[in-house]
Design a protein around this ligand. Structure first.
Ligand SMILES: [Fe+2]
Length: 218
């Protein structure tokens, strides 16, 4: 699978975005300042600009990389101008997220929302499961299985119904990521499936997809 074509896939993976030394530094910042949030929107959000120069730099770099992935022409864009012009009414934030044995229900975000997720622990070693997207043919892709520790995943939250389901057991560190949002206040077009067990919610989401595809074909 080609992992670098955001326009085609609505997601891409930038391999080895940061090195181990920086990963350890980030984990230390998160731990020392108690910045971990769990599943869903709970937990502390780090507003940009923040007190930490390390996080400010990372936030800006990731925002730039995401912009470049979405639209190559904007590579040379002045990021400050871009923030002011495009997102003037919004507050920018990032968060550290830590999942052990947790899930977050299936939903689709607002159309323009594009998540940037930097992996700070290793799929298959520190945890299993991950962020799963449901395609229009109702198949699923576990995006975490395409990523290693240090990789940056950029994925449209508006293009797919997606959910998170992580298992780590108490003996493993779990799934830790640094997450940069895009349109935090834009809730137009968000679809959520919140009732019942995760299995039921996934079924509901697939049913919804089936029907909306049927409608669009007519
Ligand atoms: Fe989402």
């Amino acid at each position: 699978m080609q992992l670098d074509n955001f326009k085609k896939n609505h997601f891409c993976v930038i391999k080895n975005y940061i090195e181990n030394e920086e990963i350890n530094k980030l984990l230390k910042i998160a731990e020392t300042n108690n910045l971990y949030g769990g599943s869903g929107p709970s937990g502390p959000h780090i507003l940009y600009p923040s007190d930490s120069s390390v996080l400010n730099t990372l936030f800006r770099n990731i925002s730039k990389s995401r912009l470049k992935a979405i639209d190559e022409k904007k590579e040379e864009f002045n990021l400050d101008e871009y923030f002011i012009q495009t997102y003037s009414k919004q507050r920018y934030w990032s968060r550290f997220m830590k999942y052990n044995d947790q899930e977050f229900f299936p939903h689709r975000d607002a159309k323009e929302e594009v998540m940037a997720i930097l992996f700070l622990t290793q799929y298959g070693k520190d945890y299993s499961g991950g962020l799963k997207i449901i395609n229009n043919d109702l198949t699923e892709i576990n995006l975490d299985s395409l990523c290693n520790k240090g990789d940056l995943l950029i994925v449209s939250g508006g293009a797919f119904i997606h959910y998170v389901n992580v298992h780590s057991g108490p003996e493993n560190i779990g799934r830790i990521t640094y997450f940069v949002n895009s349109h935090p206040l834009d809730t137009k077009g968000v679809v959520s499936f919140t009732e019942g067990t995760l299995a039921n919610r996934i079924l509901m989401a697939k049913q919804y997809l089936k029907e909306s595809i049927k409608k669009s074909v007519k």
